[in-house]
Design a protein around this ligand. Structure first.
Ligand SMILES: [Fe+2]
Length: 397
């Protein structure tokens, strides 16, 4: 998506004869918006339509939790037991018609291939590393990476070590924010990252083996199984603008100011009716009169989900690595009592967090209910005699 790439062998022009050892290869145009949006052209050993057997269709069934009360919420996810694989282990925490947010801590590795046929994905790698094997080639990843996978990409994980992901799936497009790009698509000066920070697939591997290969495709609200008699990663070459890529949260260049910078300065991706932001270690506001932690704010039209990755919020009551806060629409939120006073003069933060703001309400799952800490709604109510602590002085409370 960010810029033109090519891998492997390609014919001189589009839509002309291209053979390998005398056999005509199959050209596939994989594109958006009906041949007028971004696209890539892939050359396959086999027709990508070829299936040996249609397997079952398994609908996605969600169990919704409708809380009795409307309040700020906290979920502690770090001790969730591993479950499933990199796909089946995605456990939805919250969702709406624009985005689904899941936690994934796989217990095993997928022994099949997966393709999301109805949405883009962003997988934030909290822990672990490995390689995503895709139709576009190998995509190495490591902790801190956002793995951005456009719909239509067939892939499987080859993980190394324990894995922990926060997964975003959207029926829309995951894009670099429009204001970061000029009219030609180049990332502009002043944006918090540049093309060099974006990592496309490295080596294209063409798998030629025959046998039985299972491909699960998410489509129409479920998973459809297809059995192939050839390896699905059979691409000998591709070029275009549509492919998976990684961007490390550690390469996000924080924007700081003399006084407090609002959350849009942390924006990393845009989706339909939601944004994904990165809160990274940085110097804090440097005006002598600045209050370095945020003002109270009312998210009148948005829900604010924050996933805490690492940093200086660890000793805050109830908040730890892997915690998720959800500040829903219609309510103000801000620092706990006393923290603004105590923050004066604080020069930097080591926080690392991922935020997703949605402009339409999020629904919660029963999995979220399992992790819910009902005391969080009262965390602004401190007994007057208690000495306030600076712990948790994140910039986005
Ligand atoms: Fe906020």
């Amino acid at each position: 998506m960010p810029f033109y790439q090519r891998r492997g062998e390609l014919p001189r022009k589009r839509h002309i004869v291209f053979r390998e050892n005398g056999a005509l290869l199959t050209e596939e145009v994989m594109g958006l918006e009906g041949f007028s949006g971004l696209e890539s052209i892939l050359y396959h050993l086999h027709s990508p339509c070829r299936i040996k057997e249609l397997g079952p269709f398994t609908p996605i069934e969600r169990e919704e939790w409708v809380p009795d009360t409307h309040a700020h919420r906290l979920q502690n996810t770090y001790d969730v037991a591993p479950e499933g694989d990199e796909i089946s282990g995605r456990r939805t925490l919250m969702w709406n018609d624009d985005v689904e947010i899941s936690l994934c801590r796989p217990a095993s590795t997928m022994d099949y291939f997966f393709r999301n046929g109805e949405g883009d994905e962003v997988i934030f790698v909290h822990e672990g590393q490995g390689t995503l094997e895709t139709t576009f080639g190998d995509l190495p990843y490591r902790a801190g990476d956002y793995v951005v996978i456009p719909r239509g990409t067939t892939y499987r994980f080859r993980p190394e070590g324990e894995q922990r992901y926060l997964v975003f799936e959207t029926p829309g497009l995951i894009e670099i924010p429009r204001r970061y790009r000029n009219e030609y698509g180049q990332i502009v000066e002043g944006a918090p990252y540049y093309h060099r920070d974006i990592h496309p697939p490295t080596e294209l591997r063409t798998y030629r083996e025959r046998g039985e290969f299972l491909v699960k495709v998410r489509v129409r609200g479920g998973y459809q199984d297809y059995l192939l008699d050839y390896h699905p990663l059979d691409v000998v070459g591709w070029d275009g603008y549509l492919y998976p890529w990684t961007f490390s949260i550690h390469d996000f260049e924080p924007i700081t100011g003399r006084i407090h910078q609002p959350p849009p300065s942390h924006q990393t991706f845009q989706g339909p009716n939601f944004v994904i932001c990165s809160f990274c270690p940085r110097k804090l506001d440097f005006d002598p009169e600045a209050i370095p932690i945020p003002y109270h704010h009312s998210n009148l039209q948005s829900e604010e989900m924050i996933y805490y990755v690492s940093g200086n919020f660890g000793s805050r009551k109830g908040i730890s690595v892997g915690s998720i806060t959800l500040h829903p629409s219609g309510l103000p939120h801000g620092p706990q009592p006393g923290l603004a006073e105590r923050s004066l003069g604080v020069a930097e933060t080591t926080e690392l967090a991922v935020m997703c703001d949605t402009f339409r309400p999020l629904r919660l799952s029963t999995f979220a209910r399992e992790l819910d800490d009902p005391s969080y709604a009262y965390s602004w109510y401190e007994p007057p005699a208690e000495e306030p602590s600076l712990a948790g002085a994140t910039s986005h409370l």
